[in-house]
Design a protein. Structure first.
Length: 262
């Protein structure tokens, strides 16, 4: 397992597959690189995909000190530096989209094209989920909270066609995360606020979102697209938060078409 060293000496595990122009895939909150397992091959062999385990997840170090989306972005740059990649496409979903925003803002020369999926600008301008959803996710019964998360990720029809999805989904969090890292991920995502900085994004940008996303409300998508100069917006009908998996036959070609544009 290769590792990059972040500016604060934290070791960041990363994974590289495929051939072609590098595409960095950034996972959601409290998830490692397995978030992308079911769809990663959609980008091969046209793209060389790069994933990483956020600090606190997977095989990366798990320091017990504050995390932030800005800091996660610097970890991404450390991985690119370790690989000798000067410029890459970046596709982030959920919290990964928040991280991707900072990569594009702080390191514009490193980002060729940017895709932001099911994410938010954060801060006072971001649209928060219904408090009832947050309450259900905080259920003292971990199994009940996990079932709530599953319903936020996938439609009932998809779940019915995927027996055992609750036990094998790769997007419901890294089960091996220590409690301190899970808490620090949650705070990093909650404190994200890139609103004032988004106007400085120079990379061509595609914003994707499901129309039925209650985990990260769909209303955030037009906010992002309106804030980033020249950004394109595409809403996927009926999709929930894990649109990239359930609606992969729509989402993956959209991303590849956008990334392949001149």
């Amino acid at each position: 397992m290769p590792y990059a060293t972040a500016p604060d000496t934290t070791r960041i595990a990363y994974q590289v597959r495929g051939q072609g122009t590098p595409l960095v895939l950034l996972s959601g909150q409290a998830n490692d690189h397995h978030w992308w397992d079911t769809v990663r091959d959609d980008f091969h062999p046209a793209r060389r995909t790069v994933t990483l385990d956020y600090r606190g997840t997977g095989m990366s170090d798990k320091p017990d000190r504050p995390y932030s989306t800005e800091g996660f972005a610097e970890d991404v740059i450390a991985v690119l530096d370790d690989l000798g990649i000067g410029r890459a496409d970046v596709y982030g979903t959920s919290m990964g989209g928040r991280v991707a925003q900072w990569v594009a803002v702080r390191h514009p020369h490193r980002v060729r094209r940017l895709v932001l999926g099911c994410t938010s600008p954060g801060g006072p301008h971001g649209v928060e989920r219904d408090p009832a959803v947050s309450t259900a996710l905080s259920d003292a019964d971990p199994a009940a909270a996990r079932r709530t998360l599953l319903d936020l990720m996938y439609t009932p029809a998809w779940q019915a066609r995927q027996p055992g999805l609750l036990g094998r989904s790769t997007v419901l969090g890294d089960p091996a995360m220590p409690a301190h890292a899970r808490r620090r991920h949650r705070l990093a995502s909650a404190r994200h606020d890139a609103w004032e900085a988004l106007g400085h994004v120079t990379a061509p940008t595609l914003v994707l979102h499901g129309t039925d996303d209650r985990f990260n409300p769909t209303a955030n998508a037009p906010l992002l697209a309106g804030r980033i100069p020249g950004a394109r917006l595409h809403l996927i009908p009926d999709a929930r938060h894990a649109y990239f998996e359930e609606f992969r036959t729509v989402a993956s070609p959209l991303v590849l078409d956008f990334l392949g544009a001149p």
